[in-house]
Structure formats: C-alpha cells, structure tokens
Design a protein around this ligand. Structure first.
Ligand SMILES: *Cc1c(COP(=O)(O)O)cnc(C)c1O
Length: 428
C-alpha cells in the first residue's frame, strides 16, 4: 500500500471496525489491573473524534492525555509513519541517525536548549534529567550528597526516581524505600524555597544541586506557575549555581499556546524534558539542556529505542506541522474560547464550579469540594454525552484536546459538557 492510498483510506470514514466483539472479561484476565478503565473500547479516530466498538462517536478532549497533538489519523502523521517504516525504522545508537539529528536541530532551533538526548517517555526523560543533575553536582559543583528539590502536588512519572520526584504521597505508598536525595517544597512559594535551601545547605555534605518544576502543574490539578515566583527562582539559581530544570512533558510542544511552558513565565530553564505531545502519540521523550550543563559523556546514559529513526521522523513531522498549520496560535485561541465558554457555564453553576483556569489547550475546571459530585462523576456523564475528558485529581476536570481542534468542535464540546453537568445534577 502506498502512503497516498493509506492517507486516502484514513481520512475517509468507511474504515471497517474490527469484526471480533470486544471482551472485557478476556482483557481483564490477561492484563495487569494497574488502571481504573472506563468501560468502553475506542477503535477508530479521525482528528478530534473517536468511535467506540459500538460505533458511538466522541469528541476527544483527552487526546491520549495531552499526547495526540495532531489528533487521530492526521494525514501528515499517517504519511510520516508510512514513509519511515518503509525506509528504516530502528538501528540503535551505535550509528548516526539522520532523523534524530534533524529532530534535535529543530528542537534546538525552537527552544532555549543547545543539546538533546532522546528516550521513550516522560518518566525516562526525567530520569535522564536527574542523572544529569547528579553528575553536574559531583563534577562541577563539587557536592558530595546532591539534593534535588521538587514541588508538592507535582507529577514527574512512575519509575522509581520519578515517583520519588513526584511530590504526592499517594504515589509513594507501598513503594518504599524511595530514591534518596529528594526534598519537597510548596509550589509558587519563594520564601519556602529559600528556607529549604538554607536548611539543607547547612547540613554538612548535603547541598541543593537542582530544582525540578512543572511550568504548570498538570496532573496535580492544572495549577499554572506564577511568573514572579519562577523569575525569582531563576535569579536564585543564577546566584547559587543550582540547576533550574523544568518538566515540560505535559505543557510543552505548543499546548500552552506558546511553544514551551516556560515562555509563559518569562524565564529560560537550564534543563527541560519533553514527551507527551512530542511524537503526537508515537512514544518518544527528550531531555534538553544548555551546553554549560551538558556533562554527559559516552557511556553515561543510553536508551536502546531512544531516538530511533521511526519515532524521530514522526516527531519531526509533528513539529513541522505545528509550524506550518499555526497550531501553537490555534492552541492559544481555542484555549481562550474554551475557557470563556467554561466561565459562562461556571456562572450558571456557581455553587458547583469554583474555578476555570489553564494555558492554551490545557484547561482545568475545579469543582466545589463541599459538593459530593467529584470530577470522575462528571467525566462519566460527559462520556455519555459524547465528550471524553480526564480528571486531574478528585475535584478538577481537565480539557486537553488535540491542537488541531476547531472553533466548531470547542462549541460542540461546551454544549455536551453543559448537558453532562445537568444530567449528573439530575442524577444526584
Ligand atoms: C505524564 C507526565 C509525566 C510522565 O510521562 P510518561 O510518558 O507517562 O512517563 C511526567 N511529567 C509530567 C508533567 C507529566 O504530565
């Protein structure tokens, strides 16, 4: 099949769904139950719409959790996947990989970073950042026991070091002993940060080497960073030599209405990580840094799949499509439209909805904690109305559609969301 015929088939709507009926029982018997799943199976997608096994249509405002930048079956994505798999998909980093170099150059040209290391996920990118910070601490800052600061309510992934970096006790439960060398501070609180540094640096060989922050806390409840806080953190890091590392895994790659989350804060990090939106749904992660802190040498860090021709060629197409189709500006405009609509709904449900916030196409709607209805109840009601949403904690509903979402789709999502609110209120 040529790329052309594939593109044609995917963009048409007559793709047959798989014939076998889907069995939840067989699925649950064979797959570890690490996820609380909604009882539907999605089988087909077209940009911002997906269809389940019964043929019911949904507006996808989850996008694989802020991942499917170009939505589903986007012709450019289909063409890139097809082209690269026909030529060369994986070889290993024993050799030079042209798409890896091209993607790294694109990222360097479109960010404050000078160098890139590729891996496969957000957690793996953050692991790389943690290793980089520790090597920088040992070899440049001469710190014997480096400490990395992270924020309360943060989220940095599910590997052992990443859950340790994650400042939420619920992710630590039953997984002790955690990785040593982390300390938690409140988010957006400069005095608490200064106090923590003073306390840690007064205790012998231990010293703070780096701080890892999300520009906007996504999973922890869609909490935007305060620009004045981040600017003060930047100044503090400049004065002390502490590395400022940002986790851009969810907010980066245009989702915030700017290319990177840090552009909303008026600062540049020394190190940052990317993953979710970078491959448009094809697994890829990246660790990016300025040249002064690129202390890795051959043998220090590696990833078998990291930076393979397939993932990099697809991610490069995602990047080029962002640019060509002005999707970062679309994220800003559609995000404003969505939040204006959500604020109008919030005005009608003042008892129930206490806040609407976010940047670009990462929005959160916070429910009143005194009312019994939780985010999950409304997410379920929205699913019935044909709108996919995802909670960010017990009381916040997250809206993260693909960056190709149209004004008409935002309007339709708002109608379905209000219908979901009404039905969940009638039901309770
Ligand atoms: C999702 C997420 C991660 C983890 O990414 P994985 O690809 O699931 O490992 C890390 N940091 C942030 C901010 C995230 O949103």
């Amino acid at each position: 099949m040529t790329p052309e015929t594939l593109v044609k088939n995917q963009s048409g709507s007559e793709n047959a769904l798989s014939g076998e009926p889907f069995s939840r029982e067989e699925f649950d018997a064979a797959v570890m139950s690490t996820y609380g799943r909604f009882p539907i199976a999605l089988e087909k997608g077209d940009l911002c719409r997906v269809w389940d096994a019964q043929g019911k249509e949904y507006l996808d405002f989850v996008a694989g959790i802020a991942t499917c930048t170009l939505g589903h079956a986007h012709p450019a994505l289909v063409a890139a996947v097809t082209r690269q798999i026909q030529v060369l998909h994986h070889v290993s980093n024993l050799y030079y990989i042209r798409p890896q170099g091209e993607l790294a150059k694109w990222l360097v040209d479109h960010s404050c970073a000078d160098r890139v290391f590729f891996c496969n996920s957000g957690a793996e990118a953050n692991e790389g950042a943690i290793k980089l910070a520790r090597k920088y601490a040992h070899t440049v800052l001469n710190i014997e026991e480096p400490v990395i600061l992270t924020a309360h309510a943060s989220f940095h992934g599910r590997t052992l070091a990443a859950i340790t970096a994650t400042g939420q006790p619920k992710y630590h439960k039953n997984f002790h002993p955690l990785v040593p060398g982390f300390h938690y501070v409140p988010y957006n609180d400069i005095e608490a940060l200064k106090a923590a540094i003073a306390e840690l640096d007064g205790s012998g060989k231990r010293r703070v080497a780096a701080i890892i922050l999300e520009p906007l806390q996504g999973e922890g409840g869609v909490r935007p960073g305060d620009p004045s806080y981040f600017q003060q953190v930047r100044r503090l890091c400049d004065e002390t030599g502490i590395l400022l590392m940002l986790d851009e895994v969810q907010i980066g790659m245009g989702r915030s209405g700017k290319m990177w989350g840090y552009e909303n804060l008026g600062i540049e990090p020394d190190v940052f990580t990317s993953a979710k939106g970078l491959g448009g749904g094809i697994p890829i992660g990246a660790l990016l840094c300025k040249s002064f802190c690129d202390v890795f040498q051959p043998g220090d860090h590696a990833s078998t799949f990291g930076g393979n021709p397939f993932a990099c060629a697809v991610a490069l197409t995602v990047c080029q499509t962002l640019e060509k189709d002005n999707l970062v500006a679309n994220a800003a405009d559609r995000g404003e439209q969505l939040r204006a609509g959500l604020r109008a709904i919030a005005a009608k449900y003042q008892e129930q909805i206490i806040d609407v916030r976010g940047w670009g196409l990462l929005s959160g709607l916070e429910l009143n904690a005194d009312i019994e209805t939780g985010a999950i109840d409304i997410v379920k009601a929205a699913m019935t109305q044909g709108l996919l949403l995802v909670p960010a904690g017990p009381k916040v509903i997250r809206f993260v559609p693909p960056l190709v979402v149209t004004a008409a789709e935002i309007d339709q999502a708002l109608i379905r969301f209000e219908a979901a609110l009404e039905s969940s209120n009638r039901g309770s």
